[in-house]
Design a protein around this ligand. Structure first.
Ligand SMILES: NC(=O)c1ccc[n+]([C@@H]2O[C@H](COP(=O)([O-])OP(=O)(O)OC[C@H]3O[C@@H](n4cnc5c(N)ncnc54)[C@H](OP(=O)(O)O)[C@@H]3O)[C@@H](O)[C@H]2O)c1
Length: 280
């Protein structure tokens, strides 16, 4: 018999991770209680079974896979621990190594074993697009749940939170530099020189005009959850004795864009205007 996994929760990434585990032979249940219509629809589309309440899902599961907004990772772990779950707990969220350690402490105190994870790439619907890095004593066993499916699971050597450390370093560049680019363009706008900056970029750095516009449209709908991820990354810089200010500022940039949560058809000017207004 394959492993039974309680997936918390089937978001854009989580639904694809759940589907990848099913494709590799696992049974995946999820917890409908408290979740939105969008999450219900995604879970239904990929044929995951709704166990209803957390306690019922945990009662049926050998393992928990936490795939939620980074700022909710600890709370989800504490809820699972409070049910006395004693199986394998896997947190694949974009959190700092220190938060991963706290998540691990919470679930192991209740009797579970902990595996750390970090995902790089878009939702894993196609092979070759998305990697799930894993660390900890059970990393090889967890990787086996995805063998042959579209999500490539890669056990890492290193400490128990190596996967979160790798994800933090990766996203520090991708999402950190995206926030910087938006802030730079907003700065030019605030000083009345945005058109002149775009003209200069077209002459000397021709990729930046288009990249700044597409970055604004692409990131604004997800900025609400990037903000917490940037704070996690800043914490990782602090813990490593490095300056954390880049990513504290990136958290503020994304925090100012939280109003675009889930919005479609956002244009760059709307986003840059929002960036110039401090958070309420
Ligand atoms: N999307 C990507 O391309 C991508 C890439 C790499 C890594 N990741 C990582 O994957 C994780 C999840 O991302 P995602 O794209 O699946 O996010 P998402 O589409 O926003 O989905 C988040 C899921 O978590 C639930 N949720 C929202 N607020 C919650 C809370 N406070 N407590 C518990 N659950 C909550 C949501 O349920 P409701 O619908 O009820 O709100 C939804 O089912 C994140 O850690 C992210 O960094 C994502």
């Amino acid at each position: 018999m394959g492993v039974t996994i309680a997936l918390l929760h089937p978001g854009a990434m989580g639904a694809s991770v759940g589907a990848a585990a099913v494709a590799a032979g696992a049974t995946v249940v999820w917890v409908g209680e408290g979740r939105s219509a969008a999450t219900r629809a995604r879970a239904g589309e990929v044929g995951l079974e709704d166990a209803g309440r957390l306690a019922d899902a945990l009662g049926a599961a050998d393992a928990v896979l936490s795939v939620c907004p980074p700022h909710a990772a600890t709370q989800v772990a504490e809820a699972v621990a409070s049910e006395g779950f004693a199986g394998i707990y896997v947190d694949v969220n974009a959190v700092s190594p220190a938060t991963a350690e706290r998540v691990g402490d919470a679930v192991t105190a209740a009797g579970a074993s902990y595996t750390d994870g970090g995902i790089v790439g878009p939702p894993a619907w196609q092979p070759g697009t998305t990697r799930l890095y894993l660390s900890g004593a059970q990393a090889d066993a967890v990787a086996a749940w995805f063998a042959g499916g579209p999500l490539e699971a890669i056990p890492l050597s290193g400490g128990p939170t190596a996967a979160s450390a790798l994800k933090a370093a990766y996203a520090a560049w991708t999402k950190g530099s995206a926030a910087l680019l938006l802030a730079v363009r907003a700065l030019a706008g605030a000083n009345g020189v945005e058109a002149a900056l775009l003209d200069e970029w077209d002459r000397s750095l021709p990729e930046l005009s288009g990249r700044s516009a597409s970055t604004a449209a692409r990131t604004a709908p997800k900025a609400w959850r990037f903000s917490g991820e940037m704070d996690e990354i800043a914490d990782a810089f602090t813990a490593a004795g490095l300056p954390d200010g880049f990513h504290r500022a990136a958290a503020e940039v994304y925090g100012r864009l939280a109003r675009f949560k889930g919005a479609g058809g956002v244009d760059a000017e709307q986003v840059l205007d929002a960036l110039r207004e401090p958070r309420p």
